[in-house]
Design a protein around this ligand. Structure first.
Ligand code: PLP
Length: 406
């Protein structure tokens, strides 16, 4: 028989099993832990993307995103893809090869934007700030004087690679004054920091589900202004990426929900549940939870004798970068935490590779229990690696911080 040999060769053996994974405590820069209610929502039966029973949830996700992005004006929806898909959709849809983009860069993700913009072939101006500090807005002001017309100004609100929070309002003001659109990376800030899309006049914000929204990775929630959407419709050439054309994607989220591609049904249901949990907790309450756990962690870390990277004024509460002490093998400590304590932490990217640990306290992972567990693990591991710590001192400092909140 034709092909019978091949079939035999590729017959399934008995070695495959249903997926089994340990339940980690995810204290890296994303993904974070997910509430079991979100996983449950994702295990509902599959419907069609046009089934009214499902479209209800599509519309509710859009409504809840409006609350989270603080916008009535903008279209809110979720792109099928991770945060980088949101980034690339913005760059591909808002820029034509004849346009100019100015990127306010001071970290790994600003550099990723620049790479995508260069691939579109537009005039890509990258303004460099220092890694580990906010971007100096004066640089943008000076640069804008050199250009007759700038189409897009881009910045990262929460630079996960450096643990820095950027003040977005002055950037968007400058953009408005120069009649440019603003694109803001809110991947790590949405659900963790104040983000006011209408008040700050932002044209395009993209985020990701696996950071402060506490959902599995796979969707990129976005908010797109009407004028930015109009500009996509009026392009001289359509966006080079058909799949990431923001106007076409938005077309499915608008009534009557015209087919563009089959959106990942289960992920949308998961995001719906994650947003519902978030709004039930309350946006302000959630911010405050992130703030308190961030502060307790920082106080504990400092008590251990470790040094924080981010200056107080611009630190993020959901990502805390720590300098790896001299003589300590950062990767080894990371592995011990994973293997012996079931705790995942992150290390550095780009300029900070091998130099920092990054502790994420995002969404469901932002819990006092985890802060104390991590500090206590550091107290056990670091002395064995040659970094002296008085036992209990980090946990004590964090516990005192928690007491001071009551
Ligand atoms: C994580 C992250 C991204 C990339 O998101 P992916 O979901 O990994 O594609 C982009 N920007 C920032 C600031 C991030 O933290």
């Amino acid at each position: 028989m034709i092909g019978s040999k091949t079939i035999k060769k590729f017959t399934m053996t008995n070695t495959y099993e249903v997926a089994k994974l340990p339940e980690r405590i995810l204290l890296g820069p994303g993904p974070c832990n997910v509430d079991s209610r979100v996983l449950e929502a994702m295990s509902k039966p599959i419907t069609s993307y046009k089934d009214p029973a499902f479209l209800r949830y599509v519309e509710e996700v859009s409504e809840m995103l409006k609350i989270l992005f603080q916008t009535q004006e903008n279209t809110t929806f979720a792109i099928s893809g991770t945060g980088s898909a949101g980034m690339e959709a913005g760059i591909n849809s808002l820029l034509e090869p004849t346009d100019t983009i100015i990127i306010c860069n001071c970290g790994f993700f600003g550099e990723r934007m620049a790479e995508m913009a260069r691939r579109v072939g537009c005039n890509t101006v990258v303004l460099e700030g220092d890694w580990g500090k906010p971007f100096p807005v004066e640089k943008l002001e000076t640069e804008l004087k050199k250009h007759k017309q700038v189409k897009l100004i881009a910045a990262v609100q929460a630079e996960t690679s450096t643990g820095i929070l950027q003040d977005i309002e002055p950037i968007s003001k400058l953009a408005r004054d120069h009649n440019a659109f603003t694109m803001i990376d809110s991947v790590t800030s949405l659900g963790g920091n104040t983000l006011m899309v209408d008040e700050w006049n932002l044209d395009y914000c993209y985020s990701a589900t696996q950071k402060c929204l506490a959902c599995p990775p796979g969707l990129s929630p976005v908010a797109l202004s009407q004028r930015a959407r109009e500009s996509i419709k009026n392009r001289t050439t359509p966006p080079s990426s058909w799949y990431l054309d923001l106007d076409l994607i938005a077309g499915y989220w608008d009534r009557p929900h015209t087919y563009h591609h089959t959106i990942p049904i289960s992920l949308v249901l998961g995001l719906h549940e994650a947003l519902r949990i978030l709004l039930l907790e309350g946006i302000d309450v959630r911010f405050e939870r992130h703030r308190q756990n961030g502060e307790a962690l920082r106080n504990g870390v400092v008590a251990l004798g470790l040094k924080l990277l981010a200056p107080k004024e611009s630190k993020l509460d959901q990502v805390t970068p720590i300098w790896i002490p001299k003589g300590i093998d950062g990767d080894k400590v990371q592995q011990i935490l994973l293997n012996n304590y079931n705790i995942e932490i992150g290390t550095g990217f780009g300029q900070f590779a091998g130099k920092i640990w990054r502790i994420g306290l995002m969404g469901e992972s932002s819990k006092s229990e985890y802060v104390l567990k991590l500090l206590s693990a550091f107290e056990e591991i670091l002395p064995k690696e040659g970094f002296e710590i008085a036992s209990g001192i980090g946990v004590e400092a964090a516990s005192e911080t928690y007491l001071s909140f009551d």
